[in-house]
Design a protein around this ligand. Structure first.
Ligand SMILES: CC(C)(COP(=O)(O)OP(=O)(O)OC[C@H]1O[C@@H](n2cnc3c(N)ncnc32)[C@H](O)[C@@H]1OP(=O)(O)O)[C@@H](O)C(=O)NCCC(=O)NCCS
Length: 227
């Protein structure tokens, strides 16, 4: 149903060498990266581009791609002046860049990579529902992993919907582990997601499914809009 690719900064010698404008960018991308003045933002942006280009090329969408963002921030790919009909999503954390792309035309994806680490309790208080906060408390020693998974799942859903964190994150309630949707292969695990009625209306008649992968220090979550 989808494929993913994680890229580490060490695979991008240009980053280590401090090259601001790597040669593998298209002219349009070179203009964009030159306008990113903060090194950290540039670093993340390049990791995302590298992951997306490699993944889409491996999937048969060809080389010489340009990865752009629409007004909402949603990434899309251009090739020879045409927008490619493929849904994909990007995320970057530290030295890692993640790209996830749908392999079916009736599937859209939103993906997020999160670090498992101690977080301010205010994150849970402000952005989690009461049910999610209870689940985090019940997780005991696995608290950090529970917070990362829920937070990552919310971001993945907001991305597949094309809306960002400006939306109320409590409109998405991340529940228990559930069955993996048919067609998802590999080490993915299913996660229940309940949406507020306004969001359900927004996606109808499609349905939402969530899967995640525990990588120890990180968690990857993919939200799928199917149908
Ligand atoms: C979208 C958002 C949830 C991303 O979360 P994050 O933890 O900060 O960052 P991540 O690394 O996981 O993801 C960033 C990527 O998400 C994608 N993205 C950004 N906005 C998006 C949206 N509305 N829908 C889907 N994907 C989006 C982009 O590809 C971005 O990477 P890029 O700018 O290098 O292309 C968060 O940044 C957000 O909500 N921001 C507020 C909305 C906003 O400012 N949008 C930007 C308008 S230009």
């Amino acid at each position: 149903m989808f494929r993913h690719l994680l890229v580490h900064a060490s695979e991008l010698p240009e980053l280590a060498e401090g090259q601001v404008v790597p040669s593998w960018l298209s002219p349009e991308e070179k203009d964009i990266v030159a306008s990113l003045t903060f090194p950290q933002r540039r670093h993340k942006w390049l990791l995302g581009r590298m992951a997306a280009k490699r993944l889409l090329t491996e999937m048969g969408w060809g080389a010489d791609l340009t990865i752009l963002n629409d007004e909402a921030g949603v990434p899309y790919a251009m090739k020879a002046g045409e927008r490619l009909p493929v849904s994909f999503s990007l995320s970057h954390r530290g030295d890692w860049g993640l790209a996830v792309a749908a392999v079916r035309a009736d599937v859209a994806v939103g993906a997020d990579l999160e670090t498992v680490e101690a977080r301010e309790p205010a994150l849970v208080r402000q952005f989690f529902s009461e049910e999610e906060a209870r689940r985090v408390e019940a997780a005991g020693d696995a608290r950090n992993a529970a917070v990362a998974r829920i937070w990552s799942a919310k971001e993945a859903v907001l991305k597949v919907l094309g809306i960002g964190l400006r939306h109320d994150t409590r409109d998405i309630v991340v529940g228990e582990e559930t069955a993996v949707p048919a067609g998802v292969r590999g080490e993915w695990r299913g996660l229940e997601a309940r949406l507020a009625p306004t969001l359900v209306e927004r996606i109808a008649p499609q349905r939402m499914a969530l899967v995640f992968r525990d990588l120890g220090a990180h968690v990857i979550t993919v939200a799928l809009l199917i149908g």
